[in-house]
Design a protein around this ligand. Structure first.
Ligand code: AVJ
Length: 316
């Protein structure tokens, strides 16, 4: 009976995490990286977001995969080693196992602790697939450990999380991904430009789930950075910036307020903001050009009928 193996790479020291968070909070434009949206409650709130009628990306991407799976597998050839970036509950990757002939599954997420339960569960259902869980913050640097093995890999990056990167960062990330493919391929989900009303409803839903998801970041910050944010002082703000082609999420002060921590403080005037996330929306041509610039030799994509979301398959 096979069982999954686990490796945790370069865990960030708590003191460094804290210093980085407080530097972002003190910067001229106060900024907190979106990865801090995902503490245990944040991950559950994000799962709830994916159920909202207004949040189209998850179900649109799932429909594209369901419809074109065989064609994608034919295009890419067998994905003997499948590397899942931001695997979480491993649900999306499992749907690829049969069609792609996966023999070795590598689940990567920021902390190996997120992966243990899901990977052990998955292993029971797929005893013939060798499974490896890797704890790695690949938003900093995508360098896979030797345990992944030699030979070509198919990198799987669904969900349009590439949208959290600026175009320059996305290019740097895709260059690293290209190198880590070892001659294999990349399968990636990308959210596309669409009318403002649709985008803004997806990131500012009337039920307030996205608002809770964003504001929960402050609870996480209070815990890991020792700040004293009062959640009652902060509201969710999300809007589409057409110039940058991105949704911006902010936390906006409802009134003048001061946030304090052990060795510092920052005063926020009413309606001052903390920038918490960018979610870039791409045009198909621009993303295809980005893949080429990152070194991928050929790419194909599949869209839904409305042209809201695309899945790209690119050969390294
Ligand atoms: C997980 C980064 C793809 O940008 O749509 C959802 C996160 N933020 N609602 C996205 C998110 C607000 C999501 N990604």
């Amino acid at each position: 009976m096979s069982s999954p193996r686990f490796v945790q790479l370069a865990p960030e020291a708590p003191a460094r995490i804290r210093a980085e968070l407080l530097a972002g909070l003190s910067a001229p434009v106060a900024t907190i990286a979106p990865k801090y949206l995902y503490d245990a409650l944040g991950a559950r709130l994000f799962a709830a977001i994916t159920e909202l009628p207004e949040y189209y990306p998850t179900r649109t991407e799932a429909a594209i995969f369901a419809r074109h799976l065989a064609e994608m597998a034919a295009e890419l050839g067998p994905a003997t080693t499948l590397v899942d970036l931001g695997a979480g509950n491993c649900e999306k990757a499992e749907r690829l196992f049969t069609a792609f002939g996966v023999r070795r599954y590598v689940a990567v997420d920021i902390s190996v602790d997120y992966l243990r339960t899901s990977l052990e569960h998955l292993q029971r259902h797929h005893p013939a697939i060798a499974m490896l869980g890797v704890g790695l913050d690949f938003t900093r640097s995508l360098r896979l450990p030797p345990e992944v093995g030699d030979g070509p890999r198919t990198l799987f990056y669904p969900g349009s999380s590439i949208g959290n990167f600026t175009p320059d960062e996305a290019l740097a990330f895709l260059r690293q991904a290209h190198a880590e493919c070892h001659g294999g391929a990349l399968l990636i989900g990308v959210d596309l430009v669409k009318p403002r009303g649709l985008l803004e409803a997806a990131y500012d839903d009337p039920l307030g789930v996205t608002a809770a998801f964003n504001r929960n970041l402050l609870r996480h910050l209070n815990r890991v950075a020792g700040t004293d944010f009062d959640l009652a002082d902060w509201r969710h703000a999300a809007f589409f910036d057409a110039h940058h082609s991105r949704i911006e999420m902010h936390l906006e002060a409802r009134r003048d307020t001061t946030v304090r921590w052990a060795e510092g403080e920052r005063r926020f005037a009413a309606s001052a903001r903390i920038h918490t996330e960018n979610s870039y929306k791409w045009r198909v041509e621009d993303f295809a050009a980005l893949l080429a610039a990152a070194g991928f030799s050929a790419s194909r994509h599949w869209c839904d009928a409305r042209g809201w979301f695309a899945v790209f398959a690119a050969h390294a």
